[in-house]
Design a protein around this ligand. Structure first.
Ligand code: F6P
Length: 552
């Protein structure tokens, strides 16, 4: 597989990039009243994607699509969806799409149809949730389960947390969900302080069941619960209050979780793509099986679109290619995710892992170093809060930040007045970023305020906004599981599209593994209480100081 810069379409795109210098989005809108019509699509009457405020024309998209064809993107999409070993370094498929397959579908991994197993797990999750909601599954002292604590980190935390937060309005009556991820003991304490021990079900969620943070938190939670419920039989406490979700079921049972309380998923589910698997158990417990099914159905509809739509009409493809254009040709280094929606407040963090862990790669699938930027720095936060925090840089900073603005048209119950104001900012910001404010406009405004000419001229340079700042708008019709499923799947596939163009593997994470290994070499010395004299002077110096301060 060729590198991006070795493709015939690359110099064409680069030349086109040079032609873009000096082109203004505002002029494109003025010259073409149909710009919005041509550069947006509505998906299933539920999600509108508008890229008309991105620096692209039909020609740009044509060149990008040529490049995508040259990279055999259609073949790569097929290989992903059909379960080929697209994760070459770990020699396995990345089949998160099989987790949301329709009943009756058949998807084979190395010749074995995996759909029946996926369906069985989904049924088991629903049974567990129904037993909890119906009061048949009680705690060891007979109290109903009202609190669910998910203990997991990374992909075993961010997806379920994001979805539960986003759809909290659909929560089962009386249920509460908590997420414990950080090894920092303060996180454990904060979560334990919020739950009623006799009414709490802990889910130990770890694909590998070897993650230090998760296993340490799980052990501490178990000791705490046994202490809190010391009057009950210890084995019964663990049986009724602990379940596990893992691709390594042997390690989960070895840890002490009852075999019948272990839900499995396969190693072809990447951690950051796993919320659709048994890792989604907190979603089912908190929101119910029906909401989870709707979430899967929305994602499935997007999968179908990704599989079937022409490249030029394919939303994940279009967004991925615009990502390549911004990142590799126009040199944009970051990508902001800006939900104008409190409920989607965890989406930036979720997509940050999805994108940066997937596309933070520096060699191609063949191991050749790339000579072009790959994954952007993904960051973000909610609007309108961000407007009062970091938007100044978006408007007038020297860096251009392509941003995704996300909002829901439907107002939250009883708060239509707030929603109108929220949406006024939402629409205004993308327009302001695109249009900017010229010197004449700034001058006229200042004169209108009655300032003298000298002051006006002194202030004009500060009040000019050059505009031309790119954004994509994603407008959801409703706040519902289906739409959220479609939105998340859109981003998942966008990430893959970019990786295909870069020729990189979106499904491994060796850098993270190295961080874990290194921590493993440091810990014994902290336990022994002495800096070992084996590391660099900074690491040694820092360890020495921390140990000294701990003793003092
Ligand atoms: O952060 C690295 C990572 O490997 C993620 O990919 C994964 O989601 C997370 O750790 C947790 O891993 P596990 O589910 O195996 O505990």
């Amino acid at each position: 597989m060729a590198r991006l810069t070795e493709r015939a379409g690359w110099p064409v795109l680069q030349e086109h990039g040079r032609e873009w210098e000096g082109v203004r989005l505002a002029d494109l809108f003025e010259a073409d009243p149909d710009r919005f019509v041509r550069h947006h699509r509505t998906f299933a009457d539920a999600l509108l994607v508008d890229w008309s405020k991105q620096p692209v024309t039909d020609t740009t998209l044509r060149y990008l699509l040529d490049l995508a064809r040259e990279a055999d993107l259609p073949g790569a999409i097929r290989r992903l969806l059909e379960g080929e070993h697209v994760n070459a370094t770990e020699d396995r498929p990345a089949l998160h799409t099989a987790l949301r397959a329709a009943p009756g579908a058949s998807i084979k991994v190395d010749g074995e149809d995996v759909v029946p197993e996926v369906m069985a797990t989904r049924r088991r999750m629903a049974e567990m949730a129904n037993a909890v909601h119906g009061g048949e599954w009680t705690g060891a002292t007979g109290r109903p389960i009202r609190h669910v604590v998910n203990i997991g980190i990374g992909g075993s935390d961010l997806g379920p947390a994001m979805v539960c937060h986003a759809l909290a309005e659909r929560a089962q009556p009386g249920m509460r969900v908590h997420f414990l991820s950080n090894i920092d003991g303060r996180h454990l304490e904060a979560v334990l302080a919020e739950v009623e021990p006799a009414e709490t079900l802990f889910i130990v969620a770890s694909k590998s069941f070897g993650t230090q943070e998760t296993l340490t938190n799980a052990r501490s939670a178990r000791s705490w619960l046994l202490e809190q419920l010391s009057e009950a039989d210890a084995a019964e406490v663990v049986r009724r209050h602990f379940v596990a979700v893992s691709a390594n079921t042997a390690a989960a049972t070895e840890f002490g979780i009852d075999a019948e309380n272990v839900l499995a998923f396969r190693d072809w589910v990447g951690g950051r793509y796993s919320l659709w698997s048994a890792i989604g158990l907190p979603i089912v417990l908190y929101l119910g099986a029906e909401a989870f099914e709707e979430l899967l159905a929305g994602a499935r509809a997007m999968d179908q679109h990704f599989a079937d739509a022409e490249l030029a009409e394919n939303l994940p493809v279009i967004l991925g290619l615009i990502g390549i254009w911004n990142n590799d040709v126009l040199g944009r280094e970051t990508h902001a995710i800006l939900p104008y929606d409190e409920a989607l407040g965890l989406l930036p963090a979720y997509l940050q892992q999805g994108d940066m862990e997937s596309n933070g790669k520096r060699v191609t699938l063949e191991g050749a170093p790339v000579d072009y930027p790959t994954g952007a720095v993904v960051w973000g936060g909610t609007g309108t809060n961000g407007q009062h925090a970091f938007f100044q840089l978006l408007h007038q900073g020297t860096r251009i930040v392509p941003a995704d603005f996300i909002a829901v048209a439907e107002p939250p119950p009883g708060r239509a007045d707030h929603h109108r104001i929220l949406l006024s900012h939402f629409f205004a910001q993308t327009r302001a970023l695109m249009r900017g404010k010229g010197a004449d406009e700034a001058r006229a405004e200042l004169r209108e305020k009655g300032l003298d000419e000298q002051r006006v001229e002194a202030l004009v340079p500060h009040q000019v906004l050059e505009g031309n700042r790119p954004s994509t708008t994603l407008l959801l019709r409703r706040h519902d599981p289906w739409s959220l499923g479609a939105l998340v799947a859109l981003y998942e596939h966008r990430i893959y599209v970019e990786s295909v163009l870069w020729g990189t593997n979106a499904f491994d994470q060796w850098g993270v593994e190295f961080g874990k290994q290194t921590a493993g070499r440091v810990l014994p010395h902290l336990e022994a209480g002495v800096a070992p004299g084996l590391f660099d002077s900074s690491t040694e110096g820092l360890m020495e100081r921390a140990l000294g301060w701990q003793e003092a």
